[in-house]
Design a protein around this ligand. Structure first.
Ligand code: SF4
Length: 197
């Protein structure tokens, strides 16, 4: 009988966990045994880890429209099922496990727009409309005040040294392409991205 890498890891993982518990004298409770099947009846959706440019493959388990688990994709050619500590913690961006092993919403997840005014020490909650309009108007004002059309030799440079742009590994290639279009059109030269995209 042939067995795929994915099937091997699934079976091997459950069996190893039970064997390890028995080997140290712990008999898994019925509840713990049930929890090992917590992924049953879930749907698998594959995605790419958003944290860095390595691009490891991840399986998302979804049940009743809720994400209930994430883990490395054994079929992905980049990571073959492995994940670093950041990728392994992806599930915790949205959920954490309670003491009974049930997934509950992560209480530390930021779900509102927070704004810290210049020289203020505290953050305040603002709405999206205010945040987007404020960002747009401040970018426009900074660009207009600092735009450099020609350098000291009279050469056209059309650059803006007053704004830096930091991208995010949470966005995809197409969004990064659009980010470049925006930044270049504003004359921004100081562009970076944690995944160097
Ligand atoms: S953060 Fe880790 S798991 Fe995610 S893509 Fe990079 S190396 Fe892979």
């Amino acid at each position: 009988m042939s067995i795929t890498r994915r099937q091997f890891l699934k079976v091997g993982g459950s069996a190893a966990a039970v064997t390890t518990l028995y080997s140290v004298g712990i008999k898994p409770s019925a509840e713990a045994s049930t929890r090992s099947f917590r992924l049953h009846y879930s749907r698998e959706i594959t995605t790419i880890c958003p944290f860095c440019g390595v691009g490891c493959g991840i399986i998302c388990h979804v049940r009743d429209g809720q994400l209930i688990n994430t883990e490395g994709d054994p079929d992905h050619p980049v990571n073959e099922g492995t994940l670093c500590s950041k990728g392994s913690s992806l599930f915790n961006m949205a959920s954490v496990y309670d003491e009974q092993g049930n997934a509950v919403p992560n209480p530390h997840r930021v779900t509102q727009v927070l704004y810290r005014a210049p020289k203020a020490k505290d953050w305040e909650v603002v709405d999206w409309d205010w945040a987007l309009e404020t960002i747009a108007s401040r970018v426009r004002q900074t660009r207009d005040e600092h735009f450099v059309q020609t350098n000291a030799d009279g050469v056209t440079v059309n650059r803006n040294p007053a704004i830096s742009w930091l991208g995010s590994a949470m966005v995809n290639n197409e969004e990064n392409y659009l980010f470049h279009k925006i930044t270049r059109s504003l004359g921004i030269l100081n562009i970076d991205h944690c995944a160097r995209l």
